[in-house]
Design a protein around this ligand. Structure first.
Ligand SMILES: O=C(CO)[C@@H](O)[C@H](O)COP(=O)(O)O
Length: 228
């Protein structure tokens, strides 16, 4: 895996051909499959559940990164761990007991992370840094693909990068910083320069006929970033 990771969001894939869409995007050079779970309650949209995760699992050995936009969280997190997820992230305001939910995900053998919406405070990270494998910053309000990147996210990325670097310099370990929403070829370098290392892109990749061309173009942009 390269130092920057590209994670196509299945939300923009052809749902009638999901297995093939997973294989094609990995063959095109993606690192991770991003799997958006929406419940029509926490967010105003309804997508896919653990059965679909289980169905795509045999189609790739790449990590499946499940982003839970649901409340309540715990039972579904456990189901996704059983269904073959590698990484499970959730929104702190959707869980009554953040520390317990993170522990439950890790005890099930998955990497765990928190997701912060554009207006959600970084204070949610304060007491759980030791349990985080990933922090996912939403650069759109969650619920739909194809929205425009919110530029104020860049300051948040810088602030979280600082927190991660300070924390890992002192305590060791690794915490990925993922950004999700409106990520394109023309802004990925700026987001990386601000401190992100993992990039979710739905419509930018699945909205084009040639997935490899888009992923190659993203990697070419990332190669220009001096940070790593
Ligand atoms: O979680 C979400 C939206 O809630 C995202 O993963 C979107 O699916 C990203 O789509 P694009 O903005 O890249 O089209």
């Amino acid at each position: 895996m390269s130092q920057f990771r590209i994670a196509p969001s299945l939300l923009s894939a052809d749902f009638a051909r999901l297995g093939e869409e997973v294989r094609n995007v990995i063959a095109a050079g993606a690192d991770i499959i991003h799997f958006d779970v929406m419940d029509n309650h926490y967010v105003p949209n309804l997508t896919i559940g653990p059965l679909v995760c289980e169905a795509i699992r045999p189609h790739t050995t790449a990590p499946i990164d499940v982003h839970l936009m649901v409340t309540p969280v715990d039972a579904l997190a456990a189901s996704f761990a059983k269904a073959g997820a590698d990484i499970i992230t959730f929104h702190p305001e959707a869980s009554h007991h953040i520390d317990r939910t993170l522990g439950l995900i890790k005890d099930a053998g998955c990497k765990a992370g928190l997701v912060l919406n554009p207006a959600t405070s970084l204070s949610h990270l304060d007491h759980v840094m030791d349990k985080l494998d990933m922090i996912l910053l939403m650069s759109v309000n969650p619920g739909f693909g194809g929205q425009k990147f919110i530029p104020q996210t860049l300051d948040k990325v810088r602030a979280v990068r600082l927190r991660i670097d300070e924390y890992t310099a002192k305590h060791g370990g690794e915490i990925w910083l993922e950004v999700d929403g409106g990520v394109k070829v023309d802004n990925i370098a700026e987001i990386a320069a601000a401190g992100a290392d993992t990039f979710v892109a739905g419509s930018a990749i699945y909205g084009q006929p040639d997935y490899k061309a888009v992923i190659d173009a993203m990697r070419a942009e990332l190669a220009k970033v001096g940070r790593k």
